[in-house]
Design a protein around this ligand. Sequence first.
Ligand SMILES: Cc1cc2nc3c(=O)[nH]c(=O)nc-3n(C[C@H](O)[C@H](O)[C@H](O)COP(=O)(O)OP(=O)(O)OC[C@H]3O[C@@H](n4cnc5c(N)ncnc54)[C@H](O)[C@@H]3O)c2cc1C
Length: 340
Amino acid sequence: MELQEFVPLAPHTTMKIGGLARYFCDVRSPTALKEAIAFTVEKHLPTFVLGGGSNVLIPDAGFPGVVLHITIPGIDWEKQGDDIYATVGAGMVWDQFVAEAVKRGYWGVENLSGIPGSVGASVIQNIGAYGSEVAQVVEWVETYSAKEGMARKISAVECAFAYRGSIFKHERGKEFIVTSVCFRLKKNSVPNVAYKDLAPTFAKKGKTPPTLGEVREAVLAVRKGKLPDIATYGTAGSFFRHPIVSRAEAEAFLAKFPDAPHFDAEGGRVKLSAGWIIDHVLQWKGMRKGNVGTWEKQALVLVNYGGASEKEMRAFAREIQYLAAVKTNIRLEPEVVFVE
Ligand SMILES: Cc1cc2nc3c(=O)[nH]c(=O)nc-3n(C[C@H](O)[C@H](O)[C@H](O)COP(=O)(O)OP(=O)(O)OC[C@H]3O[C@@H](n4cnc5c(N)ncnc54)[C@H](O)[C@@H]3O)c2cc1C
């Protein structure tokens, strides 16, 4: 177990915000995780599990306990007919796994190219982009239960995946720390490029179906055009989830804003676009206040333009929530995890 003290957390996040961790532990194996948990139990310290830090907002005051930085590496490939089972360490960088799958000619995760963060965290909020969600390819998730002090394999069904959600985001699943994920990929598949941002790239190509490499390149190009470069700007990508509301709420909203995009969601509910609300109702695309703002090409993306504090970011996000609620009666819930 490698334990460091008073480690700055901002450089471990893409938002580039946050104070010091009292203890910081690089966890490279399930055994190291067990040891680290034993230490936190013995010292009665709170823990926070960190992957790539691309979906968190860390307090300016830092974290008073142990940050468990999951860096468990490795991919194990197993072929069974047309199926490929990839068992991947939770600490592997998500996009390195995607690049490797594409290189080997395995379909299933190419639309999720370019999403920052770790493999372990991909299942926490069921990452999604361009018409795909990781839930579609997860076979099982290997975890360590801090509460039970033992490893536990959780099936895809038990994960209870939903839009930007899973069991791991709920009280009953928060005890599980992901150590590896098994994905089921395919040697042969039909490209999924119907999504509005991808379709135009391939419409120009005519009838030949795109290759895996072409899909990955197209996704990366669209992302590059829309999102800030995390090497330059502080951001956690989309700050809010798209609201999923009852049909009655949607009707009231659409009566006021008939041009607003809306999509059918599970259980007869309706999904609205958080970005559209911030852009068209608040007219806050490219809005800047002090060191924070909304991205000029995508209003849903909040940006630390340099030197922003957690307080500033929270105040800016709260103002968006307040204005959205007043003008639309819709509550915008953060997608970003606020570390307490
Ligand atoms: C520029 C940009 C673009 C993005 N685009 C997308 C997108 O298209 N689609 C999308 O869905 N998301 C997107 N995101 C959000 C983010 O990349 C994902 O949520 C990603 O999965 C977070 O991974 P991470 O390793 O950085 O997690 P972290 O930020 O480190 O942690 C996020 C949460 O997961 C928990 N966690 C992390 N690892 C583990 C583990 N091993 N076990 C248990 N809990 C764990 C943490 O405690 C925390 O609650 C984007 C972010 C950025 C900065």
